[in-house]
Design a protein around this ligand. Sequence first.
Ligand code: EPZ
Length: 418
Amino acid sequence: MSKLVIEGSRTLRGELTLHGAKNSALPLLAASLLGDSPVVLTRCPPLSDVAASVSILRHLGCEVVTEGDCVEVRQGASCRSDIPEAQMREMRSSIVFLGAILARAGEAHLCFPGGCELGPRPIDLHLAALCQMGVTVREDGGTVHCRAPHGLHGATVTLSFPSVGATENVLLAAVLAQGETVLCNAAREPEIVDLCRFLNTCGARITGGGEGVIRIQGVRRLIGCRYEVMPDRIEAATYLAAAAVTGGELLLRGAQPLHLSAVLSVLEEAGCALLAKSDTVHLKAPQRLGRIRTVRTMPYPGFPTDAQAPIMAMAAVADGTSVFIENIFDSRYKHVGELRRMGACIKTEGRVAVVEGVKRLSGAKVSCTDLRGGAALVVAALAAEGRTEIDRLCHLDRGYAALEQGLCSLGACVVRQR
Ligand code: EPZ
């Protein structure tokens, strides 16, 4: 099993260009199923989750060619309506294909995405919304059988929680449906805006992307297009935390500062000097970070749950006590046990984590518990005294492209040992 070996206590300095966003590329790949001519996605990050989505598209009948960060999707004449269990289990977010498969094939048979390291991953909001659009749902032994016997039709759908995935599935089901869909309490994440922009470029008629109410007027067909994936705001947050925790300096290129406002204000509170321009963010860290009073994860534009773990690792060596409240997922503190093995002083109770900053962390052998928990271990290892070995890298490789190369280009000492 390969592992990352990190010699800590080196100051990170330099500049980096962000990759495309994993959490936009995945729904965009699912959406590429809907056009009747080729789609080319550029700045598509070379990640295992993207590879998993490509294999699902091929299974569904598409021809997909990947070259570097460019992915071309040519839809097949027909579209299969199932995703094999192995592929569903490989990537729980494959549920985002549900709406697109229903729109193309009129039915969909997928196994439940199942629980994961963040807790249960229910899809009740997805299914309830689709049922309002003419879908019948039958669950049978862990498989969800969805059918739209009379085709998909518009509806007024209100989500009880602004679920990102449910918003994406409604969008993908609505763009080719009969009539208008009004989606209330929609997720406002930048990845939703990117998906709406992509779909409109393909000929959809969507207004309100990024707002609480999105209107989708169904059209008869969508065409293909060439589209650049938005930059990865969570990759940005991770690299900023890495530079901050080592007392370093970082210029991020290809960033969209507006996407990062909640993260930037937390970094500022910790004592970092930040300069945001149109597509760059510059950070200069203090010698020692100050505590962060309270980090509450919330739906966008609140503090992103995906940045909670890497920012907690940064707070672990801050001067003072920081409090984290995880409001989005039920079980997103799995990384705390591994940070404690490095000397972090963190207590959790339910959704609350109290982080008492220590002067120094020590290198240790630790394991990734999930994607962003793994990022937290990397951030902690960069600040720690001595050597840290991080295994179960399959989690990290889902969401960070060329992580060790990026960190080494900033002066870190990181080696992937096969
Ligand atoms: C997306 O997951 C992201 N994944 C997650 O990023 C991110 O943490 C999350 O949105 C929140 O921003 C992708 O985009 C591929 P949700 P998603 O539906 O769509 C509950 C990462 O690290 N819920 O907004 O699954 C759910 O249990 C990943 O890159 C229901 O109860 O998130 C959770 O507690 C992790 N019923 C909350 O809502 C449902 O039907 C938020 O889930 C759906 C969700």
